[in-house]
Every structure is written in C-alpha cells, then in structure tokens.
Write a new protein. Sequence first.
Length: 118
Amino acid sequence: MRFKTDENLPVEVAQLISSHGHDAKTVEEQGLSGTADPAIAAVCDSEKRILVTLDTDFSDIRQYPPGSHPGIIVFRISRQDKTSVLNVTQRLLRSFSEQDPKGALWIVGDRRIRAREA
C-alpha cells in the first residue's frame, strides 16, 4: 500500500510503515509543509496514497467522505509523544492483515480502530 504521513507525525512513522513493506512518503520530504488540508488531500488523491495524520479535521466525513479518497487514517490518541505514536502505528500495521484501509476513514484510538467505509 502507499501512504503519506502528515507533518504532525514523527518521520519515524513513515520509516516504520516502509519497514513493513509499504511505500510511505512524508509531507515534509515532498516540500508540502504548511500546505492547507484540501491541498494535502488532493496530492494524496493524485498519488493514490492513504493519508496518516493526527489532524482531526480529516475525520470530517462531510469534507472527506469514505470512498472519495484513497483512504485516511486519523490518530486520535491520548498521548502524542513519539513513543506512543510509534506504538499505535505498530498496532495499526498489524491490523492491515484483517482490514484494508483503502478508501475508508479509520479513526485509530488508544484501544481500538473504528472504520467507516463507503
């Protein structure tokens, strides 16, 4: 799968995703830091990349309805330090064997993942 990690996540998230055999790019490495959410979403659409972010604006299904994008994964976790984010990313990666995030909105919490599909 192809992913783009938002600038609000540590670069290690993309590295961890890549280490599991996926193609992951960061917003920073593509020169998109500071870019507005709709433009980030448009780039993800054009590159067919699933966006991984802490930005809860992307969880608005009126703005980003499931099925209208390659996929959005929003981390909604109580602690956002690097260790906590990487631990949640590890759990997320294990869940790919059971569910596919393509085209869906996933809200990844401390203990569970909620998926909204088209």
